[in-house]
Design a protein around this ligand. Sequence first.
Ligand code: ATP
Ligand code: MG
Length: 362
Amino acid sequence: MPLAPLGWPVPEDARDGWWPGLPYPLYQMRPQGYMGRQFARAEHLRLALPQDVSAWSDDDVLFAMCQAGSDLSGDLIVGEPACELWLRERAQEAGPVSANETVLHYEQLAQRAVAAGVPGSSAAGEFPKFTARRALDGASTPHVIVKFSGADESASVQRWSDLLVCEHLALQHITALPGIKAARSRILHGGGRVFLEVERFDRHGDAGRSPLCALDVVDAAFVGSGSTDWTKVVAGLLELDVVDGALLSAATRLWWYGRLIANTDMHLGNLALEPDGGGRFSLAPAYDMLPMRYAPLAGGEVPTPEPEFALPLPDQRTAWFEACAVALAFWDSAATDARISSGFRAVCLAQRDALERLRERA
Ligand SMILES: Nc1ncnc2c1ncn2[C@@H]1O[C@H](COP(=O)(O)OP(=O)(O)OP(=O)(O)O)[C@@H](O)[C@H]1O
Ligand SMILES: [Mg+2]
């Protein structure tokens, strides 16, 4: 696949057109996470592949995306069968669900996702979710990803619900960080569940698409650092001249913002880049930012650890202070948001106070 003409940066060892495995944008499209397992569960029998996506070889991944990959992450549709499928879906598709039917539609899709019994769940640190198309005034696309809580009144469902509202607030505050965008999101309630609806930034209008690639895939293709520190990986990309200094600064702010809002789940899959068309990457909008330190444990226990924040090395002090101001605004708003339980609002207030005291000492 000639990537450079498509605007994707090409690593040194693939400039002759030969790749050691799949070209890296295709790894981004492989089925992964909750929705990847949902996809595999629905399609594996038809495709004669194992149900466990982690057992799929590169050939399996390519075969599955060619046969069934009409709506994968990013802009690419690989192979004629997938393209025909996409055209068929477009020809048949009803319009997006209307504003006053959205909640009911989400309740049904959540029920369906739960009934399908997708292996692994929120216990694995991952929200159950689905994609949908909804009509909303002022939206730049009808395409959304919707995460949802359980529907019972247990303490762990309450905590997951609180965390969904926190994710919504965290995304809203992120845009105060220079150089960082975030997808538009909103909170909806229905059937006892909380829904976090996030507009997809790889979709534009009804049929437009744009590319994206998460940092774990870019790291493997370009740097090979294996680090889990976003700033180290992006610094490696800066050395290779595939990102600019402004992107490193923005990623550093976002990294510290996450850490100061107690996001303990900042793996490289939670930061995405977009090829800028000129042989470099730009930063994609932020996603999956929430205080995961407070997520219920696999056994259902609901932890309330004491606040614990890290201080920066000297070269990251500016980014730390910028991120700290926005993190304080986030904790403030979470501490007073009536959609969050009073117990967790108190936790947010304690976080806010502890971070404020740390800022005075820093
Ligand atoms: N607004 C968005 N637009 C486009 N893609 C998105 C958006 N938000 C998330 N994604 C993609 O969907 C994936 C899953 O979303 P997210 O990271 O928020 O969920 P998660 O609970 O961590 O679950 P998972 O483990 O399935 O990634 C992300 O890794 C990213 O590739
Ligand atoms: Mg994620």
